[in-house]
Design a protein around this ligand. Sequence first.
Ligand SMILES: [Zn+2]
Ligand SMILES: [Zn+2]
Length: 232
Amino acid sequence: MWTLYCVHMFLDFLFPKRCINCEKFEDFLCKECKNSLKVVGFQRCPNCKRKNFCGKFCDMCLGSFYFDQLILCFLYDRNTVLQKLVVNFKYKFLRDISKFFINILENQFLKFFSGENIVVVPVPMSKEKIRLRGDNHAKILADNFAKKLNLKFCDALWRIHREDQAKLKRNDRLINLKNSIFVKKGYESFLFGKTVILIDDIVTTCSTVNECSKALKTAKAKYICVLALARG
Ligand SMILES: [Zn+2]
Ligand SMILES: [Zn+2]
């Protein structure tokens, strides 16, 4: 333990931590830049985006998606600190950023859930994409989140490789995604009657998390809450 501590001290000395946004020598994110991140207080109806407390659908929008609730952590604004954090997390995987994200996910989660009958599931990435990226960052988030809160983690979904969603328009995204996400064979029993916390980093149109939710509900998951860092 002591040796590990010394190694970390030595590494910090050799490579002092710099703020990923303003490059100040302080931490992976300096105090000022950290304070500029706005944590979401009131959530919104996932469909019409009208404000409400818990991120459930308003009466008008009930039934428009397969999931039941969407909880976000940060307000998202392009070219801001959050975007840089997510890019650094995805491509360089900085442990500090992962810890920071997990803490915020935990805070938001505990506002609405107590931990009973819950399974944590990550939004899946296709094998081809994992080969390109090295890892599925939603899975890393979900796994560490579940460990920290002592919840069951279940990598229950798999995904057929299709064209990158980000490059497509909304309608093409829906067609592109159709029948591309499934529950893995033999995983149905882990989901039956459960509340699923579906973890993603940035959700945009919600079409991916919706396709995941469709598969999870087919496997008889009872309730699905999407927990994401932000909505882009
Ligand atoms: Zn800074
Ligand atoms: Zn609504």
